[in-house]
Design a protein around this ligand. Structure first.
Ligand SMILES: [Zn+2]
Length: 143
């Protein structure tokens, strides 16, 4: 029994280590991709980009779905990029000045398009939603 517990402890340690390495890799890929992506400078540019990007995902985003995007221009705000559901069929993407790039817009839009907002457990988030959104933002593939 003790030996079994020791094995279990080792296995859990290995899983935690692999998990941390994975998350570090994911955030590394994201920050490199972000720093190379064209910045979005203002609200009208954001809205224009949103409609272009939405068009590319029209096979996944129903016509009746409302998606708005908001640029936070407060100079003190930290880098932010997220998507949220406002109500049934209505979503919002929020990007801060520092977080606003074509890459982050694509990434957040894919979370909406692929239904990730509805399926947001921590495990789903790290091992499904995040890599999928990132693969789309980087490559245009729709995993
Ligand atoms: Zn994400």
């Amino acid at each position: 029994m003790k030996k079994a517990l020791r094995h279990l402890g080792k296995a859990m340690f290995a899983i935690a280590l692999a998990g941390s390495a994975y998350i570090a890799l994911l955030s590394g890929v994201q920050s490199v991709a972000f720093s190379r992506s064209p910045k979005i400078e203002n609200q009208s540019q954001l809205e224009l980009k949103l409609s272009e990007e939405r068009e590319k995902l029209k096979d996944k985003i129903g016509k009746n779905i409302v998606i708005t995007a908001r640029l936070i221009t407060d100079k003190d705000s930290s880098p932010t990029a997220y998507a949220r559901k406002i109500k049934e069929g209505e979503y919002e993407i929020v990007l801060s000045n520092l977080g606003a790039s074509e890459h982050s817009l694509k990434h957040e839009l894919y979370h909406i398009a692929d239904g990730h907002i509805e399926n947001k457990g921590h495990l789903a988030y790290f091992f499904h939603n995040e890599p999928q959104a990132e693969i789309y933002a980087l490559t245009g593939l729709k995993p």
